[in-house]
Ligand binder design. Structure first.
Ligand code: SF4
Length: 277
């Protein structure tokens, strides 16, 4: 939902009720449709879970890459085709010069997601929103796709906003991580601090539920209860019915993000001077 809001693709009745979205300091959430359309694709790319939602089954891979580039960059047909082949090579499509004229259904799921990555990056955007880009793929392919995304983002100097439930991917890939609960950020900070020294009880619960590799445990820790429905979020801190550290204030007042160790956490534990997690 947050990713869709950033790229201006929230489906009605969804809407941005408050807050601002800024791209390199410039506010973009209040732009007219036509202006936002120019930003989408050119300055912000997107990668969705299922590559088939991005690719048009009726057009060849090459046509889709060429059209995307020519919409946003001043390239002749020949130049765009040459670049499209280059992009297919960069994302690891074998025999790119021949496969450029193939249709999406002629590619495997992993190869299709590589093409989607090429499509998201080919207009040289500043930001790519990648929504669970490996969920629909075979486990053996997932690591390859994440490694590819990471390498290309570094080479192209593109920021990636990676939306994922996979803590392993987060730990290996991200610089900064924002943990969300019931639609709000509950902890945000450098990945090494959030992963190793989680401050918010929800983040701490998530981290404790990951099986350790260096010792055997009988049972993994679990967070009791379940995520609230978004139309029935508890008053005060949304996590309060499940929180092992809940106290009175948590049930009445909603905490905003506040400094908590090396991260920021939305938790009343950090409003008390000298409190520890
Ligand atoms: S504000 Fe209270 S209920 Fe919410 S996470 Fe912190 S301690 Fe737990």
């Amino acid at each position: 939902m947050t990713g869709a809001a950033i790229i201006g693709l929230l489906e009605p009745p969804g809407r941005i009720a408050s807050g601002e979205i800024r791209l390199e300091g410039e506010r973009i959430d209040n732009l007219p449709y036509a202006k936002m359309r120019r930003i989408r694709g050119k300055r912000i790319g997107a990668i969705f879970q299922d590559p088939l939602t991005t690719l048009n089954p009726l057009y060849t891979i090459g046509r889709q890459l060429v059209e995307t580039m020519q919409t946003h960059l001043p390239l002749s047909d020949a130049e765009a085709r040459k670049r499209a082949i280059g992009w297919l090579e960069q994302v690891g499509i074998p025999a790119a010069a021949q496969r450029i004229d193939a249709y999406p259904h002629e590619f495997s799921g992993g190869m299709r997601q590589r093409v989607v990555i090429a499509l998201a990056l080919c207009a040289e955007p500043q930001l790519v929103v990648a929504d669970e880009p490996t969920t629909a793929l075979d486990v053996s392919i997932q690591a390859q796709i994440i490694a590819l995304l990471k390498r290309l983002a570094r080479e192209q100097r593109t920021a990636i906003m990676l939306v994922t439930h996979d803590m392993g991917v987060i730990a290996e890939t991200a610089d900064r991580v924002a943990v969300m609960y019931a639609g709000r950020i509950v902890e945000i900070g450098p990945v090494r601090h959030v992963v190793r020294h989680a401050q918010h009880p929800y983040t701490a619960g998530l981290m404790a539920s990951i099986p350790p590799l260096d010792r055997k445990v009988e049972r993994l820790a679990q967070i009791d209860g379940s995520m609230p429905r978004l139309n029935a979020v508890p008053t005060g801190c949304a996590f309060n019915p499940r929180c092992p550290k809940v106290f009175d204030r948590c049930r009445v007042e909603r905490p905003e993000l506040m400094l908590a160790g090396e991260t920021n956490a939305a938790c009343w534990l950090y409003a008390r001077p000298g409190a520890a997690a």
